[in-house]
Write a protein that binds this ligand. Sequence first.
Ligand SMILES: [Zn+2]
Length: 101
Amino acid sequence: MKLHKGDEIIITGGKDKGRKGKIERVLTKEQKVLVLGVNLYKRHLKKQNEKNPGGIVDFPRPLPTGRVAIICPKCKKPTRVGWSSVKGEKHRICRKCKQLI
Ligand SMILES: [Zn+2]
């Protein structure tokens, strides 16, 4: 998986195109990431008890990784992730500035 929890990303497609956020959760199997506050959909909840009265809430849906680009913490530009092999271990690098990210 090229993306990690805590990575800063920008959305490159869909209804929230151009918005930025931080990855909250990585869903490796589905190749999706959950970003708080983006890709929100309304969800109707039934009343459960006095504490959870239900109603309409905003609920973030995971985004396919193909629709997000990582923002490189070194050069601050949206980029794609490349791989660099250091002593047999794979490390992520920014394709733009070639630094480890
Ligand atoms: Zn960079």
